[in-house]
Design a protein around this ligand. Sequence first.
Ligand code: NAP
Length: 516
Amino acid sequence: MKEFRNETYTDFSINENQKKMEDAIKKAESELGKEYPIIIGNEKIILDDKLKSFNPAEKNQVIGIFQKADKETGEKAMKKSLNFFKGWKFSPPEERAEFLFNAAEIMRQRRFEINAWEILEVGKGWLEADADVAEAIDFLEFYAGEMLRYSKEQPVLQIPGEKSELVYLPLGVGVVIPPWNFPMAILCGMTSAALVTGNTVILKPSSDSPMIGQLFMEILQEAGLPPGIVNFVPGSGSIVGDYLVQHPKTRFISFTGSKGVGLRIVEQAAIAREGQKWIKRVVAEMGGKDAIVVDNDANLDSAASGIVYAAFGYQGQKCSACSRAIVVSDVYDEVVDKIVERTKKLTVGPTKLYENYMGAVINEKAYNSILSYIEKGKEEGGRLLTGGEPAEGNGYFIKPTVIADVKPGDTIEQEEIFGPVLAVIKAKDYDEALEIANDTDYGLTGAVYSDNREKLEKAKKLFHCGNLYLNRKCTGAFVGVHPFGGFNMSGTDSKAGGRDYLLLFMQAKSISEKIG
Ligand code: NAP
């Protein structure tokens, strides 16, 4: 097996790559509006109730038409998944890993095509789409390698008169519920981890990005994965998602999304229902209110650039996005000026054009919610420095927004906005900055800019977040390098892309035989 290496990003400054991307977008545009079925085992199901996916940058453009799975369809998916589990759980781990390696290779070949659909379906910029697909490839190869490691003899102590071993078994049928914001990487990461460990999966994609789920299903099929191992059930989270979460035969739920939905899943999954023989396992990766702290010893240009990239990349719609810049008072005005200067240079518009750095936000609900947070920020005394209003276009475009003089405890300092809004907060000194950083319900990512070693060491001890970065931005985790996942209300403390992630999808069996 070759050593794991992160997939490199496509260099779009090369003309040939630009041309390939433009062609892929044109091709995807020529295929808009097709209808896709639910996939359960060998069956392709069409229902009366449809789910349309729209382009957020072109409000009325239909990306694809999907089926809205109801409870009966959910039940059917569960029955089939239980049945397929009987055989899949005994399949050799090496074979399962091979499917993932194959899928990674196919994804590599179809990279521009997937990028194009991401640009159209969820409004990613070219670089952001490409990075998402690269991450998905990484998950496939990393988890395949990890499964091979777990399938080897495990280290247990031996005592005289016995031969002991420990083996890892799959759990059962898992329900995978991803968000839309990393539409391939997260969906692929959670699903591939679940299937490579020997579980069968019911995959309910986000209603905002079912097309990317469809592409993933095609790739699995092309990779030779037998039907029925992953069953594709688009539909409303609050109907079919909820039904599957509550189902007594669901063994585990792998969820990434908002705090509200995550907490509901944890609560519902905790109820033991009739016919249920286990405690459901829930892996919930949830929201963030991530902060970058700037100390007076920092390189202020690099801090301001890091803040702006982390705040406005993909319109701020990342769980890791910097939504708070906490700056110590000595350098506050200077840093604010540098942030505003850089933010004003960002271009907003349809991201099918490479030159637009920021695209539309995902949908109307998000658009309205972000604009109302901006109003709230101003009402509570924040000073609007740039943005704060919609940008032109037939989509959900919002200008990158910087609000300064936000106070600790203000609404936009505490709640996840999930859009292009940066709150800047003044701290009297470095210690207070760290206190403010920690003072939310979340604990996902964070960063500190300082040239002072002692202060960096202090951040390592005191900044309570799952992914801490020193002198770099707080977005952009690499699989295997920065295992990803947060503390507190940011989730159940798991680490996607880390060496202990697959354990969440397995249970260990200890076996000892008397000898001699
Ligand atoms: P969301 O609204 O919570 O939805 C996530 C998924 O849950 C969707 O597939 C949704 O389906 C489904 N769902 C909704 N209600 C449900 C229910 N009652 N039962 C079961 N499933 C249900 O989140 P989102 O808007 O897609 O994603 C943005 C959020 O994800 C942000 O809070 C962000 O911070 C977080 N996130 C966290 C991480 C991390 O690693 N910690 C990574 C990425 C994103 P429908 O689409 O059909 O409603």
